[in-house]
Design a protein around this ligand. Structure first.
Ligand SMILES: Nc1ncnc2c1ncn2[C@@H]1O[C@H](COP(=O)(O)OP(=O)(O)OP(=O)(O)O)[C@@H](O)[C@H]1O
Length: 878
């Protein structure tokens, strides 16, 4: 094959560059503007060219290049053919035949493969054709635009042929080649948008992904000169870079073209997708030099055509252009459509050069309608799932400021249509905000972003709306969310639970984070590049509450955030389960010596050394810490001296401390008890649940309880082996007149009936408001003391927990008497006991007779199905 002749033929471009269609592939290649495209091939991150070559240099005979509109498939095929003709690629093939399948649509009659090859490649000699037939393994067919091919590739509908001299319909020749009956052993590359014909073809799939962000940068640098590319590139990335469409080289071409015109004329670059398409359409209309009536006469039929193509489930409609009444505007139509065949004929097909423009024109035509037709809701429902940006464009165009440049060209939009959209938008948004469907929330943000109307945003989204989103926030959702948040000076909270926070995402959300009082990143993961953005929001914003619950951020991330945390307005920091170690304490110390009021650091391996560092910080005059949660932090008695010292240093403001599930032991409590007797210690609540205590610690606690400086209102000693002896000592301490304890938790402390008796006398003295003594096997006998106490006129108890204390129906009489007599009891927890159906009527009556009871929990007792409805009606949990 004469490669030189092939090259000349290939470079004699048939395609012209158009604003919406792109720069002709030949111009791209000859102008050295070709950028190898990203592929989603099995080999991982590689270029389309590499993936195709790798397949064709192996045994693979078929390659299917699949990608969306404008992703660069045709250009890649053209480049392949040119490179081959220039001797640079795929030299294992002696023949490469490049076809556009669309050209075969109108090719009637029958011919042989040899005749087809010769007619399409005039330089091909008869001798060469003979070689093609003899050495098919040296032949490569390149077929473009399968999605525009009107014939089926289903082998069963063709009488497949095998003889290159046999005459057949072109559709049969194509099917025979692709199914390997004709020129068996030859190879093919087929390029297409996803299309139903693909299912008939075997071959390696190479997905064409278009441009990456980096390639987009190179493209802009090629389109503008190096020096001038920065402004448009940055603008594009800020206003459009988050849309997937930016990976389309064709879209990039259109954007560069319009930016270049706007910059040359000194105009402002568009801020939104809607504004971009206003600018593009204005430019196209101006180029066409049509008067106002003609522009309107063009947009309306184009709108109908756009709808038809979308509703046809294909990009292509088969209909005469004439039937839309715009045949006198054929040249103008060409700017928007690819027309295949005679425009007058019913068999002519057309497709839009750009799906985005198709949707934009559809939206515009809706607002131009003179007579009221279907409402916007019906219009949107009709095109649902077929159009991506239709409601975006409607929203953008519904704003007068935004559509003004178009109205200057084609006259006013119909105010009734605009009003119809507004009404729909407000009512559907109100419904959206009553519900929790996040996709609908995101959509609402997008429409507001397109409308760019701050007053409308404030009307639709109340300032108190909590922006709480989970897991699947896309980059473009972030931008729209950011637009909405920035319409308010401050927002109460931003919550992005379970999201993988990528750098770009964090960048777009930095302003929102800065105006948010509370930031919740529970279960999020942070890319390294995202952290500086969070840091900047903390430094410069109003964030007072940061929750990184289970975000596994680790010491390293905390270290990067350290300075920003110090310079923030943070008052509450939650670091539950963040994979921290004692090493992070150096970064936390400065926070403790400044504004922080609450630190939740539970479920981290902080250890004694780390905690001792924190305790030293609590000795500092400027610390304001009031709440410290160190549940499960690997602490032992070794750090309790330092903690006790901090508590009575005179500088501590600590009110609430949780040391649950640490191995503090009796020694640790000895140290703590000393501090509880100190007048400087202002602690109100101490949780020592499951801290490996025994009865031995109770003498220390008794001492503390007997001190006049003892300040605890709430003490939790649950899940410790206090036993009878220890608990009785405790009761002695609690018995001191003036003891401030109001809430006492002694669940699973191996308590006995004598202890319950002592607790009952405490209740009769009347300071305790809440008592939890569940999971102590005292039975009805032990609990009887409590029922009597509850019934006592001096008892102030509001909450009682006797879960799993071995209660039976025998206790019900006392229980009911207590419920009736008590003037304070509101909540009673009795789950996991052995009450049966016989007790139910009496309990219900007593519950209903009580003026103060709010909650009674009888779950996991021995009730049959028969009484459940009674409990249900009485609003008793079962
Ligand atoms: N590799 C590339 N380097 C630079 N520009 C490119 C590249 N590929 C495509 N383009 C630009 O994008 C435009 C559209 O590309 P192309 O026509 O190849 O897309 P396509 O995937 O074949 O589209 P369709 O599905 O509509 O047929 C080209 O006209 C050109 O301007």
């Amino acid at each position: 094959m004469d490669k030189k002749a092939v090259l000349t033929e290939l470079l004699r471009t048939k395609e012209t560059s158009t604003f919406l269609g792109g720069e002709s592939p030949t111009t791209v290649i000859t102008g050295s503007k070709y950028i190898p495209l990203l592929s989603g091939a099995v080999q991982g991150d590689c270029t389309v060219d590499y993936a195709v070559d790798a397949a064709l240099l192996s045994e693979i005979r078929g390659v299917l290049l699949i990608g969306p509109e404008g992703s660069g498939k045709s250009t890649a095929l053209q480049k392949l053919a040119v490179d081959w003709a220039q001797g640079e690629r795929l030299q294992n093939f002696s023949f490469v035949f490049h076809f556009n399948l669309r050209d075969f649509n109108s090719l009637g009659g029958e011919r042989s493969l040899k005749a087809l090859l010769q007619s399409s490649h005039p330089s091909l000699t008869a001798g060469s054709v003979a070689v093609v037939a003899k050495r098919p393994e040296e032949v490569l067919f390149v077929f473009d635009s399968l999605d525009q091919y009107r014939h089926s590739l289903d082998p069963s509908v063709h009488a497949l042929c095998s003889d290159p001299n046999q005459e057949a319909a072109v559709s049969c020749l194509v099917a025979s080649l692709l199914h390997g009956s004709l020129l068996r052993g030859s190879a093919f590359v087929v390029a297409t948008r996803p299309t139903s014909n693909l299912k008939y073809l075997n071959g390696t799939h190479v997905e064409v992904l278009g441009f990456s962000k980096l390639q987009r940068e190179v493209y802009f640098t090629n389109c503008f000169t190096d020096a001038n590319a920065t402004k448009p590139l940055l603008h594009m990335e800020r206003t459009l870079g988050f849309y997937n469409i930016c990976s389309s080289p064709r879209f990039c071409w259109t954007v560069c073209s319009i930016y270049s015109l706007l910059l040359d004329s000194g105009a402002k670059l568009p801020e939104t997708l809607s504004q971009l398409f206003v600018d593009i359409l204005v430019h196209l209309m101006e180029t066409l030099c049509l008067n106002e009536a003609s522009v309107r006469a063009l947009v309306s039929p184009l709108g109908r055509m756009a709808s038809l193509c979308l509703l046809d489930h294909s990009n292509i409609a088969q209909e005469s252009i004439k039937s839309f009444g715009c045949q006198q505007l054929l040249t103008a139509v060409d700017a928007f459509l690819v027309v295949d065949g005679d425009p007058e004929s019913d068999k002519c097909t057309f497709s839009f050069r750009s799906q985005l423009m198709q949707e934009f024109i559809l939206a515009l035509a809706f607002f131009l309608r003179e007579s009221p037709g279907e409402g916007v809701e019906h219009f949107l429902t009709k095109h649902k799932g077929r159009a991506t940006f239709l409601d975006f464009f409607l929203s953008g165009l519904s704003e007068e400021v935004q559509r003004r440049p178009l109205e200057t060209l084609l006259g006013k939009a119909n105010p009734d249509q605009i009003e119809d959209f507004r009404r729909w938008f407000k009512s559907s948004s109100a419904e959206t905000w009553r519900g929790y469907e996040k996709d609908k929330h995101y959509r609402c943000f997008h429409l507001l972003h397109q409308a760019q109307n701050e007053a409308l945003t404030k009307e639709i989204i109340t300032p108190s709306a909590r922006l709480e989103y989970h897991t699947d926030l896309s980059l473009q959702d972030c931008v729209a969310l950011n637009y909405v948040a920035m319409s308010f000076n401050k927002i109460p909270s931003l919550s992005l639970c379970g999201t993988n926070i990528l750098p770009e995402m964090a960048k777009f959300l930095t302003p929102t984070m800065s105006v948010s009082h509370s930031l919740n990143f529970s279960h999020c993961t942070f890319s390294t590049g995202a952290i500086p953005h969070l840091a900047s929001a903390l430094r410069n914003g109003v964030v007072s509450d940061l929750c990184l619950y289970n975000s596994h951020c680790g010491d390293e991330m905390l270290n990067v955030l350290a300075t920003s945390l110090q310079n923030s307005k943070l008052q509450k920091l939650s670091l539950h389960g963040c994979d921290l170690t004692g090493g992070c304490c150096d970064d936390l110390v400065p926070l403790l010596t400044s504004q922080l009021c609450t630190l939740v650091i539970n479920f981290n391996q902080i250890g004694d050394d780390g905690f001792i560092k924190l305790c030293k910080a609590l000795n500092c005059p400027h610390n304001r810490l009031q709440e410290l949660d160190m549940h499960n932090c690997n602490l032992t008695a070794a750090s309790m001296e330092a903690f006790a010292e901090a508590l009575c240093s005179g500088q501590s403001h600590l009110r609430k401390v949780n040391l649950r599930a640490n191995k503090i032991g009796d020694d640790g409590v000895r140290a703590l008890s000393k501090s509880l007797q100190n007048s400087f210690c202002k602690l109100h609540s101490l949780e020592l649940y499951d801290t490996e205590l025994t009865g031995a610690c109770c003498s220390h606690l008794k001492e503390a309880l007997e001190s006049e400086h003892f300040s605890l209102l709430e003490l939790d000693l649950s899940v410790n082996e206090l036993g009878q002896e220890g608990a009785l000592l405790l009761c002695q301490g609690l018995n001191r007149p003036g003891c401030p304890i109001e809430k006492l938790y002694l669940n699973r402390c191996e308590l006995t009936p004598p202890v319950f008796k002592e607790l009952a006398s405490l209740l009769k003295v009347g300071t305790l408001k809440s008592l939890s003594v569940g999971v102590n096997d005292v039975g009805d006998k032990g609990a009887k003391y409590l029922w009597e106490a509850v019934a006592h006129p001096n008892c102030l108890l509001e909450e009682l927990d006797v879960e799993m204390t071995g209660l039976t129906d025998a206790c019900v009489e006392d229980l009911c008497a207590a419920l009736r007599a008590s003037k304070t009891l509101k909540r009673l927890e009795m789950k996991n006991n052995s009450l049966t159906d016989v007790s139910v009527p009496a309990i219900i009556r007593a519950f209903q007779d009580s003026a103060n009871m709010q909650e009674l929990n009888l779950r996991y007792n021995d009730f049959s199905e028969e009484v459940l409805h009674l409990l249900d009606e009485a609003k008793i949990r079962y």
